[in-house]
Design a protein around this ligand. Sequence first.
Ligand code: C2E
Ligand code: SIN
Ligand code: SIN
Ligand code: SIN
Ligand code: FE
Ligand code: FE
Length: 379
Amino acid sequence: MSQSFEPRPELTAEDLVKSIFKYIGLIAHEHDVEKMLVILADMGRDLVAADRCTVWLIDERWGTLWTKVAHGVDRITIPVGVGIAGAAAENDEVIIINDAYSDPRFDKSVDKQTGYVTRNIIAIPFYDPAGKVIGVYQAINKMTRSGEFSEEDVEHLMLAATYTGKELSAVMMQQEIEKTQKEIIFTMAEAGEMRSKETGNHVKRVAEYSKLLALGYGLSEEEAEMLRMASPMHDIGKIAIPDSVLLKPGKLDADEWVIMKSHTEIGHRMLSHSERPILKTAAVVAYEHHEKWNGKGYPRGLKGDDIHIFGRITAIADVFDALGSDRVYKKAWDLDRILSLFKEEKGEHFDPGLIDVLFEELDKILEIRDKYRDNFEES
Ligand code: C2E
Ligand code: SIN
Ligand code: SIN
Ligand code: SIN
Ligand code: FE
Ligand code: FE
């Protein structure tokens, strides 16, 4: 089987070194597995002058290989054992084919559908640090004059595959750790809220309101996402407040109020020992969510911009939600009354710029409120 193609020039040693440095630089800053798959595939394609290169990852739950070929495109999935990449994964072997159509392992049906003509394929498994196959590096169609992959190409792609195994394992491990952290943080926050008999969705709503306000204010997606994860922890210090105060149906007396206000400092102390960015952010939020723009809040009486933006945002998210919910000490307010309070307190309790954002984003805020509405069954 032959196909005419426009041959590309052979790669010089200098080309190779340049492209390796370029891709290592790109990969070093990438923390997202899917984006990394695309970069690694581009690297392999350039290293061996292939037409296409794909980095497949094994999904053990389904017995499939999956990949992303470009940002924003859906995942592509194939069963392990099917096709050349599938065979390389299943049998843990390097497969080099320089005449695809005469090889029985090659499945011509894909080419038939796409009109693409596959001439040659290299498929190389790669491994996690424990030596388990986690994916396959696959290059298709050599694009220089020879039209065939050489031993050298295989060597280069093997080096790329070794590197890929290391980098992808590290990133997947990191993502797993971060996912676990987020779950633990969320569970802690829920546990804290359960003591004050606040229904489960309070922390979800505060998280989403906070992110929305952060984005509307102009913080980056990363900062907004960090705040979404951290803001549910704002009241974690309440776990140290005795039931007699926390669950008192009526107004607190002066001594009880002193105890209650300490939930900000307790939360800050609990969280500020950690080096983790999410917990450090949560520590700031716990400390500063009852500060007021006019300096009359607690525990430190900070004023204006001296209150961290995350504290100013969570203050609004928290009060918006507290007012709209039943508490042991009060009934829920209706929306008009809540909105008048925010207008009155603009520039007093709350950052005036953020109140503008609250009103600009009100439709979306109400959508969140609706989506995470508490169901009022008594338990
Ligand atoms: P929380 O119930 O989560 O309320 C958070 C914030 O929402 C309050 O912070 C306050 O700024 C606002 N908020 C809630 N309900 C009302 C209200 O009826 N009117 C007004 N104007 N604002 C309201 P704050 O005041 O610093 O209170 C902190 C926490 O102290 C509250 O968290 C709650 O756990 C407790 N707390 C406050 N007042 C009482 C009370 O009279 N009785 C009891 N048992 N606890 C109280
Ligand atoms: C195969 O691995 O058999 C198919 C390669 C392709 O065309 O993607
Ligand atoms: C803190 O003091 O805990 C946070 C720093 C800040 O106020 O921005
Ligand atoms: C931040 O962007 O995290 C802080 C900016 C501010 O305090 O306004
Ligand atoms: Fe609080
Ligand atoms: Fe709260």
